[in-house]
Design a protein around this ligand. Sequence first.
Ligand SMILES: Cc1cc2nc3c(=O)[nH]c(=O)nc-3n(C[C@H](O)[C@H](O)[C@H](O)COP(=O)(O)OP(=O)(O)OC[C@H]3O[C@@H](n4cnc5c(N)ncnc54)[C@H](O)[C@@H]3O)c2cc1C
Length: 410
Amino acid sequence: MQLDCDVAVVGAGPAGSRTARDLARAGLRVRLLEEHRRVGVPSHCSGLISPRTLREAEIGEEAVIHRITGAFVHTQEGGEVALGGSATRAVAIDRVAWDETLCEQAQAAGANLVRARMTHAERENHHVRLTAQTDGRDWTLTARMVVGADGTHSRVARTLGLPRPKEYAYNLGIEGRISPDARATWRDDYVHVFVGRDLAPGWFGWIIPTGEGTVRAGIGTTGPVKPIVAYRRMAAAFPELFAGLEPVRMYGGTIPLAFAPRSYGDHALLVGDAAGQVKPFSGGGIYTSLVAARHAAITVRQAFERDAFGAKSLAAYERGWKREIGRELRKSWHLRHFGLAMSGAQIERVVRALRSPGLQELADEHADIDYPSRVLLRLARSLPALATLGAVTVRRPGAALNLVRAHLPV
Ligand SMILES: Cc1cc2nc3c(=O)[nH]c(=O)nc-3n(C[C@H](O)[C@H](O)[C@H](O)COP(=O)(O)OP(=O)(O)OC[C@H]3O[C@@H](n4cnc5c(N)ncnc54)[C@H](O)[C@@H]3O)c2cc1C
């Protein structure tokens, strides 16, 4: 049977565009389906990435709109610590331009961008049939394989019956301006992070300076408090930072906090948010989706070489991306839950301990937003009462929590 294409990639976000580019470069016939008229719009992202992500994306410094060297961590009880500050640890990007560039790279390699919303996917004899909609008109597309890069609520995953991630953070994001008066007191190369069980239950709040008096702020919760309610509370609790912040655009967004139990099935792969490939400590998923896309393209190419599209042969994809980032995602997930189980008073004490010069130096030297466990485990090992907890946290989170309860206050 003559199929419409070799691979249908659903979603032209970072995961989809990068997978499509690599597959097109390998000579496969690729259709890249995107439901929005303009790729990247509307953005649901704060666009903070590591310098490493620029290299992974093969996008140069032109994407950078602002540089971040450190972070102020604020607790709901009023504690505060400044970390980092000596070198660029993260950069803010124009997320719309970023997605457009990645998509242009895919098109330049030969991928065919099609404006359409995929509404259904089903497996037929040795191929998949997608139903899509463009301007209200239904049409179908056949492909040997489908790559679901269609974000958190992946329709590819749902209609093909692939298991979904189990944990999510619900966010409100804000793009805003800082009033000229308030700007005088801002340190423009530091992000602000707000933590607290009642402030942002299960997650955190943030302000990211993006240069020239603009910021991206937001807050997320894992429930039951709505993000807008949490945002109002955060703004009221930190008037010195939020009084001068004038929102320009608001948006919502759901972040998967644990990867899906399986990122492949017969004739199908899931990449990026669709597979829950997101850093559980920060919710960042641009770096991880690009790494996973690289592995997805390798596996799909091999599937075509061997003419083998069953789940068994596509399992190599999951082994590949987990070998590179799975360990870190698992460690970060445990560390997040470790932090969530701490009381407000315990968090205060840790924040106070982090003000010591030795720990400040350690944090500054090892901070890495893609691999947060590296600095967090070092810090945990260096806090007297948290000694030995690092390794225990990762291997046996339950045991670590009992230990920390027994040993704090530090
Ligand atoms: C509030 C918030 C802030 C964030 N901040 C950061 C940050 O600072 N740094 C960071 O690294 N990450 C951040 N993230 C996470 C980051 O945005 C995602 O991890 C990343 O976008 C994942 O890329 P993706 O390609 O998998 O999915 P997406 O970027 O979501 O792309 C999916 C694409 O698929 C399209 N699509 C969906 N369904 C269909 C369909 N049925 N048919 C056709 N097309 C479809 C969508 O239109 C979209 O273009 C944030 C997320 C949120 C919610």
